[in-house]
Design a protein. Sequence first.
Length: 268
Amino acid sequence: MVIKNCVKEVSNMAIYKINNKIPAAATVEASLVIPLYLYAVLTLIYILQFINVRCDIDEAAYYALKYQTGIVHLSGAVTSASIYGSLLNHLGYNYASSHNIIGGNAGIIVLVDRSSDSSILNVDITYHIKNPFDIFGIGILTQKHTYTIEAWLGEDKSREWKKDCDTENEKVYITENSDVFHRKRQCSSLSVTIMEISIDKVENARNENGGKYYECSSCKKQGYGKIVYITPFGREYHGRNNCFALKRTVLQVPIDSVNDRRACLLCG
């Protein structure tokens, strides 16, 4: 009886073990998929690290270029070597080797293009990163940064200086009996236009600049009739239309010598 029971228990245990065996195909699949899965995860992590390297070099390049272009007016030149040195100074001299950049610091290539008559700088920074988890044919990742910046050459005072010089040397045109000055010799107000007006109305008459007419010192000695003569931009009225003061003499003078004369409304 005891023997039968033992045989029965052993038989049940064998059946249990057989029922709980893992199929061989599943074991093979797992041995193939799990390593691939791990490599894929590591590759993704490495791509994220690559993006981080790009951001680090972008930041270092920003400060390096800012520094170099800021001192160009002192040193007189920005070169590939000077930018390269500033870039490594901001990155750290062990950065390239610790981040799998092929060639280490020598693997970071900096090229500067600047024409001799321009302050515009074109800067290229190139490097290659080795991927240690190359299972998808991505063994080397190449990156190129391109920057276009303008070098600060100091404050440009040339325009202000030229403007000041032009103002100091500017010549204008005046007439002896006019209270305005003209910037153009061809100004229509410089031509003599003699008009007749009743002496009773001359008191309220005004010239084109709003000025009042006064007696001509020459004609005053000979007296006035009922009609007097004026010009649109003159300051005096005359008793004779052949008064020498009506003869327009145009003078060219420096602008700083016009005193209280106002600018002409037409050309000033």
